[in-house]
Design a protein around this ligand. Structure first.
Ligand SMILES: Cc1cc2nc3c(=O)[nH]c(=O)nc-3n(C[C@H](O)[C@H](O)[C@H](O)COP(=O)(O)OP(=O)(O)OC[C@H]3O[C@@H](n4cnc5c(N)ncnc54)[C@H](O)[C@@H]3O)c2cc1C
Length: 318
């Protein structure tokens, strides 16, 4: 199976960690007048307003996250970043933000009309996933992927509110394709070439060891955060290669190592910053990378290739 754009992970800027989980403060807070600030030399600095031109606090998620990272790294600034909602008009609280007020009160014991809320970016959405064609077919016969697990519509940076596109429209397309293909029952139903299979071995009696899962989570947290760079990514690849060579891996563990390797290697190979993928060592977008990544297993190891982005008509967006 091929996976696309696994390096594009959207971090939401206005999250609040609460007891091991993250409370999401909706983008509506920024659109109604919420402002981000950090303490600079002891004074609140509304950095998006100064650094992002007229869009100010309304910049896209990836840009807000990038600027948060930059200001938090400055010696004259003291994290955390705060979401200041004190200037939001009463009518907006009543009509559109009632839920935010309730949740801040319930989970944070903060009245956001009076007190700024400390925030930090957290993982929100995977733009990448199982690579599907315009009819939602993966490169395995009779396998269709829809919604967040699929890589189809969102490129490098999904815009807020449109996961419905993949879930509802994609679901309709995939269901129609599945019915048609079932009726025809064609052996060669898929649009992509198959890229190799995991060699068959009998692992079925083995259970996943929680330690490996936790380690892969740590690896991802370490090198696939809001900002990535070469050395950390390479270090992670080397550790994952060692893990892959271990004996007696359970099937879940093999799959986990392969998927995490595919994510890290996709991020390593994309030596630029684009959308949600930010590299401190390659801070700008580079035209030669205006392509999708595709990760696949060749029977021995994970490989990454770059694919041209289909023209609108080819992609079905007409
Ligand atoms: C806090 C938050 C707020 C969001 N707000 C918005 C928003 O305002 N607008 C918007 O467009 N998008 C929003 N999103 C994104 C959107 O909610 C998701 O992208 C969307 O729900 C994904 O739908 P899905 O059906 O693809 O996957 P999911 O909703 O994740 O459904 C997958 C299902 O599969 C089940 N499952 C998993 N593994 C297995 C298994 N092995 N066997 C059987 N079942 C399994 C899961 O339990 C789950 O029920 C938000 C996301 C978050 C986290």
């Amino acid at each position: 199976m091929e996976f696309g754009n696994l390096e594009f992970i959207q971090y939401h800027p206005t999250m609040v960690p609460v007891s091991g989980k993250n409370l999401l403060i909706s983008e509506a807070a920024r659109s109604e007048g919420g402002r981000l600030y950090i303490e600079r030399n002891g004074v609140p600095w509304y950095f998006l307003e100064e650094l992002c031109g007229p869009e100010g606090n309304l910049v896209s998620r990836n840009l807000a996250v990038r600027k948060m990272y930059e200001v938090c790294s400055r010696p004259d600034c003291r994290p955390p970043v705060y979401l200041d909602m004190r200037e939001i008009p009463e009518v907006a609280w009543q009509k559109r933000l009632e839920g935010i007020k309730e949740e801040c009160g319930k989970f944070l014991n903060i009245n956001p009309e009076k007190t700024p809320v400390p925030i930090e970016p957290a993982v929100h959405y995977f733009m990448g996933g199982i690579l599907v064609d315009e009819r939602h077919r993966a490169n395995k016969n009779f396998l269709y992927a829809v919604g967040e697990c699929a890589c189809q519509y969102h490129g490098a940076n999904r815009l807020g509110g449109n996961s419905m596109l993949g879930a509802l429209y994609g679901g309709k397309v995939a269901a129609r394709t599945a019915v048609e293909e079932l009726e025809k029952y064609r052996a060669a139903a898929c649009g992509f070439q198959e890229k190799g299979n995991i060699p068959e071995k009998n692992f079925e009696t083995q259970r996943e060891d929680g330690a490996l899962r936790r380690r892969t989570e740590e690896i991802l947290s370490g090198c696939m955060g809001t900002v990535r760079e070469e050395t950390e990514l390479q270090k992670a690849v080397r550790e994952l290669e060692k893990m892959w060579k271990r004996e007696h891996l359970a099937p879940e563990e093999r799959n986990r190592i392969l998927l995490v390797s595919a994510m890290v290697m996709s991020a390593l190979e994309r030596r630029e910053s684009r959308g949600a993928h930010i590299r401190s060592d390659y801070p700008d977008a580079r035209p030669e990378f205006q392509k999708s990544t595709a990760a696949y297993f060749d029977g021995k190891q994970v490989r990454i290739r770059f694919r041209d982005i289909p023209a609108d008509k080819e992609a079905g967006n007409v």
